[in-house]
Design a binder for this molecule. Structure first.
Ligand code: AMP
Length: 218
């Protein structure tokens, strides 16, 4: 199945993507992860993207769309994928449509994670990420066994620079202005499903599994 997960930062798209990717055996394609990896490697793309990311602003459309179009050509994306954090603007959504049309493909479903600001802020400001394996924790909701240390690989946990409170508020505003209009865009195409991003990880996974089963997506 070819999925887009849409919703504000802190909606749980990344966490659900990891579970869904495992369950349905399709790749999880997160533009945020790809960009962070380029920053870490000091690649030219990362150098270009970093200043936008640290401010909580969006990286220019052509840069991000280029990354995704290339990624979707990989053999593992032939039978399906989960796009997490892309598209984030109407231009990206239209360019994605065009690129998919050219290869006779299209998105099956867009799942909108409707999430309250209060929950999103609480999740993002408490998030801690493993520097080695990228696993996400939360100081209250998903604490590691030992503070500051990853349960899976013993890597050091850190707070993403863009998870600081003032940047989180900026990211939510950017979402409201630039990404939220995609809800209407995909609703008009008849492929939008709405879920509550305020649900806990396991409850939301159950809701999603039922939606995909009812839609006979696999
Ligand atoms: P995320 O991990 O999805 O919250 O993304 C982290 C940051 O990467 C965002 O705040 C943006 O600066 C950048 N980014 C990720 N995806 C996109 C996108 N589709 N368009 C523009 N910028 C993006």
């Amino acid at each position: 199945m070819k999925l887009v997960l849409l919703g504000p930062p802190g909606a749980g798209k990344g966490t659900q993507s990891i579970e869904l990717s495992r369950e349905y055996k399709i790749p999880h394609i997160s533009t945020g992860d790809i960009l962070r990896e380029s920053v870490k490697r000091g690649a030219p793309l990362g150098l270009k993207a970093k200043s936008y990311m640290d401010k909580g602003a969006l990286v220019p459309d052509e840069v991000v769309t280029g990354i995704v179009v290339e990624r979707l050509k990989e053999p593992d994306a032939k039978s399906g994928y989960i796009l997490d954090g892309f598209p984030r603007t109407l231009v990206q959504a239209e360019d994605l449509d065009e690129a998919l049309k050219k290869i006779g493909s299209g998105i099956d479903m867009v799942v909108y994670f409707e999430t309250s600001d209060k929950i999103a802020i609480e999740r993002l400001s408490g998030r801690r990420v493993c520097r080695s394996c990228g696993f996400n924790y939360h100081v209250k909701n998903i604490p590691p066994k030992k503070e500051g240390v990853c349960d899976k690989c013993n890597g050091a946990l850190f707070q993403r620079p863009d998870d600081k409170e003032e940047t989180v508020i900026k990211r939510l505003k950017v979402y409201e202005d630039q990404t939220k209009p995609l809800v209407d865009f995909y609703a008009k195409k008849g492929i939008l499903e709405k879920v509550s991003g305020d649900l806990g990880v396991e409850d939301l996974f159950k809701v999603l599994s039922k939606i995909f089963a009812d839609a006979k997506l696999r």
